[in-house]
Design a protein around this ligand. Sequence first.
Ligand SMILES: [Zn+2]
Length: 205
Amino acid sequence: MVAQCVKCGNYEWNKIVEDNRITCPNCGYSWKFNKLPLFILTGCSGVGKTTTAHEFMLSTGDIVVLEADFFFNIMPHETQEDYLQQIEMLEDLSKNIMHAGKPVLWAMAGNLDKLNKVYNRQFYSDIFCLALVCEEETLRRRMMQGRGISDEEWIQSSIQYNNYFKTHTVIYDMPFDVCDTEGKKTGEIVEEVKKWVKEKMAGSK
Ligand SMILES: [Zn+2]
């Protein structure tokens, strides 16, 4: 909606975005929109993204919190191109929500490499990622006892992904910050997420 041209009816994904102004290349009509950052709460499977995001959602009305599995559930998810399309739709949907004045935070484990590769990226001032991490034993316990996962391959891949976030600052071309959740209560983690969002909002334009 926000990027559709009401003057000539052009709904193609060919708009020109400069600052907070969208221009239709077909007829030259232009209009303002709310340009905000997009937030991603990431981390490996079992680290506590959903728990944190849910508690965060309940404790604030300043940001719209959504779960990226939504796209997995309704769209094809076999190939990298499928996942690229999911991210395209994620950013398309989010830009319409943020036009109402609130940024969007997605709980999302993977596909961080695709966030900068889609057409809809240009509608955001920034994309900020925060990775939740914890100790390997905590992760193993959460996955096995907390969620009843016994698939050792799944557990190992999650441990590796968790380790990646603990030992890097960039994944593909996407920089991320880290929130170490080890030994912390959900409320404490949520406070850290809030502080992180506030800092990023203040530094983005
Ligand atoms: Zn137009």
